[in-house]
Design a protein around this ligand. Structure first.
Ligand code: C2O
Ligand code: CU
Length: 496
């Protein structure tokens, strides 16, 4: 048993195998395979499949490539008949879906009308460091700034969200997240479903108080110890609506699915009733199209991961109900939304066997191999302690990379621009690992694929090849369980 494992046990005073631990423990895993603790809502949960799936509001840059967003509070209807105040982009939750084109730079002006500082990060973007949303690069209340995104990269389903130091979890939870669809006109000829039959699904879990306001377990700026492993909501929202439904044609749909939950992992499948599973053709990952479709019956998405899939609802008779289920969730959280196959329809779309070209990196080109260990705080040595206390004596877990809690300005690595590296990650519990700027080449179903976030399981090791491309400067790599990130599971690296 590793040192970090012992650290976990001593922290919680016992084997951690389920949510609902001793009061002083951090929930490090739940039966559903997420790291974290369930935060129960204090009102009756809405009935599933009663709200129509909201269309996300598109935001398209003008002819000069400019777009503007204001971060503000707004009372909106999330639960039927109730109002919830969010803090989000243009007062929307999720924020507007930015639609941009590969190779056409975007100038995004972000105005902060909140009383707290914010930071904008384009997740998956190849962005110069000064525009990347470094955690201390704050936009102060009632200030604005321009972010320049060159977007000289593969077309992909990206997303943007807040990245403020120590506050990313509560800020994203309050509403600061939106999809960003980067398109490449060259992909139009593939014949994948488009128009009304291309949907972006932003999945988030949230919990609500009696007053229907969002609850997040933070007091005086410090998240409650019990939730240091992650905050799991008990209401599943898709595009901001609880367990919505959508009438669909008996035809192919392209679904760009984003897991924007703070900590919840999802294993998604389409259940057509009476045990009939629906084939999913995965056409893309975090960083764009695969080389060929990967056909599967289920799909795992850790926080921040995206999948681009095509589902043919003609596999089901008109009148059937196809539930998007989450096999890692209990009871209500085992369901996500429902597609009601409403009508027969003409379908000219297709899923070609050749989708894109990805050149496999030759492992012999690797110049440096780096190891990153993601684990709870123990600093190594025989007496490594796993928690600290703040000035009020409250316990604070420190999640760490290579034993060090995050310290801005201290580089864990200095890779050289234009080289290829191998990065290896080892874990204690589940950690979705994400790096800014660079992308990871992985093998998926026997083919190379591009990712920016990988789901590394408990006590596992994962290895990726990383071309160091883009820009020189300082970036971060971190765990995308946002409670881990805020509790220091982050490190700087500088491209030199
Ligand atoms: Cu999705 Cu550092 O972020
Ligand atoms: Cu983590």
């Amino acid at each position: 048993m590793s040192l970090s494992r012992r650290g976990l046990f001593s922290l919680s005073g016992g084997i951690v195998s389920a949510v609902g631990l001793t009061a002083c423990g951090i929930a490090l895993s739940s039966p559903g395979g997420s790291t974290g603790a369930l935060l129960p809502s204090r009102l009756p949960l809405p009935s599933p499949f009663a709200t129509e799936l909201p269309r996300l509001t598109p935001l398209r840059p003008d002819r000069d490539g400019r777009a503007a967003i204001t971060v503000r509070r707004k009372a909106i209807e999330i639960l039927p008949g109730r109002t919830t105040e969010i803090a989000g982009y243009d007062g929307l939750f999720p924020g507007p879906t930015i639609e941009a084109t590969k190779g056409e730079p975007l100038h995004l002006s972000l105005r902060n009308e909140l009383d707290v500082p914010v930071v904008n990060h384009l997740h998956g973007g190849v962005t110069p460091a000064e525009h990347d949303g470094y955690p201390t690069d704050l936009v102060q209340p009632w200030h604005a700034r321009d972010y320049h995104y060159p977007l000289d990269q593969r077309a992909a389903t990206l997303w943007y969200h807040d990245h403020a130091m120590d506050l990313t979890g509560p800020n994203v939870y309050a509403g600061m997240a939106g999809a960003f669809v980067l398109r490449d006109p060259a992909e139009d000829d593939l014949g994948l479903p488009g128009g009304e039959r291309e949907l972006t699904l932003v999945i988030t879990d949230r919990s609500f108080g009696e007053d229907a306001e969002l609850v997040y377990p933070v007091s005086e700026g410090v998240i409650e110890y019990r939730y240091h492993g992650g905050v799991l909501g008990d209401v599943m929202l898709v595009n901001g609506a609880p367990w919505p439904y959508l009438d669909v044609d008996a035809a192919r749909y392209r679904l760009r699915i984003l897991n924007a939950c703070n900590a919840r992992r999802l294993e998604l499948a389409f259940d057509g009733g009476s045990g009939q599973t629906t084939e999913i053709a995965q056409v893309g990952t975090d960083q764009g199209l695969l080389t060929r479709p990967h056909r599967r019956s289920a799909l795992t998405l850790a926080p921040a991961e995206r999948a681009d899939v095509v589902v043919d609802f003609a596999q089901h008779a008109v009148g059937s109900q196809v539930t998007l289920v989450n096999r890692l969730g209990d009871e209500a959280m085992g369901q996500v939304m429902r597609f009601d196959v409403a009508r027969r329809a003409k379908d000219d779309s297709r899923v070609p066997e050749r989708l894109s070209t990805i050149e496999r990196i030759d492992p012999a080109s690797v110049v440096t191999t780096r190891d990153f260990r993601l684990s709870l705080g123990a600093t190594g040595g025989s007496s490594g302690h796993a928690s600290h206390a703040d000035a009020q004596g409250r316990s604070l877990a420190m999640w760490a990379v290579n034993g060090r809690p995050y310290e801005p300005g201290v580089d864990i690595a200095r890779p050289r621009l234009g080289t290829v590296e191998r990065w290896r990650f080892t874990t204690d519990v589940h950690h979705p690992v994400h790096a800014h700027l660079v992308h990871f080449q992985v093998e998926q179903d026997g083919a190379p694929a591009w990712k920016d976030t990988i789901d590394v399981g408990p006590t596992s090791r994962a290895e990726v090849l990383v071309p160091i491309e883009g820009y020189r400067g300082r970036y971060v790599l971190h765990c995308h369980n946002l409670e881990h990130e805020d509790r220091m599971m982050m490190a700087d690296f500088s491209v030199v």
